[in-house]
Design a protein around this ligand. Structure first.
Ligand code: AMP
Ligand code: MG
Length: 433
C-alpha cells in the first residue's frame, strides 16, 4: 500500500504532439540541478546558486579619483586667474598610504589616485590645473566641495546583496566577487551528458567509409552543441543495430543526467532504441512531434534518482541538430539554472516565397541579412534533413507554422537566431565620439 503511494506516476506516452507541447513536457521534466561550491576563478559561465552579500564596503574609504591636491574648498573661494591663491603642500598621500595628520585651513596635501582623502580636506583639485612651486601650489579657480572624491560605500555597502542567485557569472561578476572577498561560491552543477550514435552503417571519421558506410557526424555536431553551452559530453561510441549492442551502449549512460541517443528511434525493423529504453525502465513521455525536420524525436525519463532524462534524436544530421535546439538545449539550460531556456527569436521579412504541406511546423534553415533596421531571411537552399552543408551556413531557423502552406515574399516571420552575434552590431567600431 505504502509502496504504491510512493510510486511516481508518469503520464502516458503521447504521440505526434505539437512542438510547444513537447517543449513544455521537456521543461517540466528538467528541474534545476543541485549546487556545488567552486573557487570563484573556476566559476566563470556558471549560474550563481546563492545570494552574495558583501562582506566589505567599497571603496572602503573616501579616496581621490585624480592625481592632484587635497584641500578645503573654502580656501579657494576667492581664487581666479588674476588672483591665484598659493597654499603650502604639507605632506603627500600615495595610494595605499594615509595623511600624516588632519589638514587645517590654508593647507594642501599632494594626493594620488586611489589614496585616502585626509581628514579636514573636502575636495581634490586635479594636478593639470595647478602650478606647483617647490613646496607650494598655486590655484587659479574656485572648486566645489566633494570634487574628484570617490565616497566610501558609493559602490557597495557591507551587508548589501550584490549578486542575486540565477545570474550568470561573467567577467564583471567575477571582479565583484573578488573585490568583496568571495573566493568560493555556490553555483548550479553542470549536467552530466552521455551521447551515443547507433547504426550499422556508421563509422568514426577516420574509419573505412567504403561500401555504403557513412561517418557518424552526429557524434560530433551534438557534442559541439553541448559544448556551446559549456557542457562536456561523455561519448559512448556507436551502437550496432542489434538490441544487445543498443542496450550495452544505453546502459553505459544511465549514470548521467541526460542521455542522448541519435538514430534508431523510428519504426523500422532496425530501430531498437525505444523498446530497449522501455526494457531498461525508461518511461517514454512522447514519440513523434509534428515538426520537420525531426518528426521521430523521442523523450523519456527514469524515476527521479534512478536514471537520466533520455532524448532519442532522429539519425538524419539536420534533424538531430534541430531537435537538439528545440528540446535538449532547453533541458540543459533549465537544469543549469537559466531562466531563459530558448534561443532568442527575431522578426524577419522573407526575400522569397516558401511552400509546404500543412500539418507540421517546419524549421527552415535561413541566412539573415540586416538592411537598415530590418532583418531579411533567405533559405539556405536544400532543406533535406540530411544536408549538413545547408546547416553549416544557417544563421537561423525560420518558424513556418504548422497550419500554413505558403509564405509570400515580404511576409514577416519569426526566426530563432543560431548566431547570437547577429543581434548586435559587433563588427562596427565605436563611432559616436
Ligand atoms: P535512422 O534514424 O537510424 O533511421 O537514420 C536516419 C538517417 O540518418 C540514415 O540515413 C542514417 O544513415 C543517418 N544517420 C544515423 N546516424 C547518424 C550519425 N550518427 N551521423 C550521421 N548520420 C547518421
Ligand atoms: Mg538507423
Amino acid at each position: 500500500m505504502w509502496a504504491q503511494i510512493c510510486v511516481v506516476q508518469f503520464p502516458a506516452m503521447k504521440e505526434k504532439i505539437s512542438v510547444s507541447e513537447a517543449q513544455q513536457t521537456v521543461l517540466d521534466a528538467s528541474p534545476r540541478l543541485g549546487g556545488e561550491t567552486l573557487s570563484f576563478g573556476a566559476a566563470q559561465g556558471r549560474i550563481l546558486a546563492e545570494p552574495i552579500t558583501a562582506g566589505r564596503t567599497l571603496p572602503p574609504l573616501d579616496n581621490s579619483a585624480m592625481d592632484g591636491y587635497a584641500l578645503r574648498s573654502e580656501d579657494l573661494a576667492q581664487a581666479s586667474p588674476d588672483n591665484p591663491i598659493g597654499l603650502p603642500v604639507v605632506y603627500e598621500v600615495p595610494a595605499g598610504g594615509q595623511g600624516a595628520r588632519p589638514l587645517v585651513a590654508g593647507e594642501a596635501a599632494r594626493i594620488f589616485t586611489g589614496a585616502p582623502v585626509p581628514a579636514g580636506a573636502d575636495t581634490v583639485v586635479e594636478q593639470e590645473v595647478v602650478e606647483a612651486q617647490g613646496d607650494r601650489a598655486n590655484f587659479r579657480a574656485p572648486v566645489r566641495s566633494g570634487k574628484h572624491i570617490r565616497r566610501a560605500g558609493e559602490d557597495v555597502k557591507a551587508g548589501e546583496v550584490v549578486l542575486q542567485p540565477g545570474i550568470k557569472l561573467g567577467p564583471g561578476q567575477l571582479g565583484l566577487l573578488a573585490s568583496v572577498g568571495r573566493t568560493f561560491v555556490h553555483v548550479v552543477q553542470r549536467p552530466r551528458v552521455a551521447l551515443l550514435s547507433s547504426g550499422d552503417e556508421l563509422v568514426e571519421p577516420d574509419g573505412d567509409s567504403t561500401g555504403g558506410r557513412i561517418v557518424s557526424s552526429n557524434s560530433y555536431s551534438l557534442a559541439a552543441q553541448c559544448r556551446e553551452l559549456g557542457v562536456e559530453s561523455n561519448y559512448l561510441g556507436i551502437a550496432r543495430d542489434t538490441p544487445e549492442s543498443v542496450e550495452k551502449h544505453l546502459r553505459a549512460g544511465l549514470g548521467s543526467d541526460i542521455l542522448i541517443a541519435s538514430a534508431g528511434v523510428s519504426v523500422g525493423d532496425h530501430d531498437h532504441v525505444r523498446p530497449v529504453l522501455e526494457k531498461l525502465g525508461c518511461k517514454l513521455l512522447f514519440w513523434g512531434v509534428r515538426m520537420k525536420p525531426g518528426f521521430p524525436v523521442t523523450f523519456g525519463r527514469f524515476e527521479p534518482g534512478q536514471g537520466p532524462l533520455v532524448f532519442g534524436l532522429p539519425g538524419n544530421p539536420v534533424s538531430a541538430m534541430v531537435c537538439f535546439e528545440q528540446f535538449v538545449r532547453p533541458a540543459l539550460r533549465s537544469m543549469m539554472g537559466y531562466r531563459d531556456c530558448f534561443r532568442s527569436t527575431i522578426e524577419a521579412r522573407l526575400t522569397h516565397a516558401m511552400k509546404k504541406k500543412a500539418g507540421r511546423l517546419n524549421f527552415v534553415r535561413v541566412c539573415l541579412e540586416r538592411r537598415d533596421s530590418q532583418f531579411w531571411a533567405t533559405s539556405t537552399g536544400t532543406q533535406s534533413s540530411g544536408a549538413l552543408s545547408s546547416m553549416a551556413i544557417a544563421q537561423g531557423l525560420l518558424i513556418f507554422p504548422s497550419a500554413a502552406e505558403t509564405l509570400e515574399e515580404g511576409t514577416v516571420v519569426k526566426v530563432q537566431v543560431l548566431e547570437e552575434g547577429l543581434l548586435g552590431n559587433s563588427s562596427s567600431l565605436v563611432i559616436d565620439e
